[in-house]
Design a protein around this ligand. Structure first.
Ligand code: S3P
Length: 165
């Protein structure tokens, strides 16, 4: 069975996912990297050229392909839950963990980020609060388990998740 991590950008989906995959001896797939490899350019460049909707279409197809070719541990993009089709796809084929982080925590981790197109705005802190308000209910709706990232180390988080799989 697939295991997917959902949550805000900067919540540690890729870092935790990579170590969890090693621990469970499953392949690790980072959905953003998968998309960038197939696009042949960065997500940021694609956003600039095609807009967010173009990226979301690509992301939706990627998620369907990745879940169909599992089992794997999958780090999803932070906005994957925005589409109902993605939420349904994840809930059907996959055990889903929400890495919960407050917008303040996420801001601390991402304040120097220059990669994520949605955060290249005058007030990224306000943008993160908006994204969180919109997405937190969707992450909760999609996930089977909520894991609060808070203080625990990556290793401790991996242990917790591995114990719930
Ligand atoms: C996005 C998050 C990014 C990436 C894209 C859009 C979002 O993934 O998919 O920039 O909408 O929050 P991470 O959550 O891995 O940063």
């Amino acid at each position: 069975m697939n295991i997917a991590l959902v949550g805000m950008p900067g919540s540690g989906k890729s870092t935790v996912g990579r170590q969890l995959a090693r621990r469970l001896q499953l392949p690790f797939v980072d959905a953003d990297q998968w998309v960038e490899q197939r696009l042949g350019c960065s997500i940021r460049e694609y956003f600039e050229r095609e807009g967010e909707a173009g990226f979301r279409d690509f992301e939706q197809q990627a998620l369907a392909d990745i879940t169909a070719s599992g089992p794997a541990v999958i780090a999803t993009g932070g906005g994957a839950v925005l589409r109902e089709a993605n939420r349904a796809c994840l809930r059907q084929n996959t055990r889903v963990f929400y890495l919960f982080a407050t917008p303040e925590e996420v801001y601390r981790r991402l304040r120097h980020d220059q990669v994520r197109p949605l955060l290249q705005v005058a007030d990224p802190q306000a943008r993160l609060r908006e994204l969180f308000a919109q997405r937190d209910p969707l992450y909760r709706e999609t996930a089977h388990e909520v894991i609060t990232i808070g203080r625990p180390s990556t290793a401790a988080l991996v242990n917790t998740i591995a114990g719930l799989v």
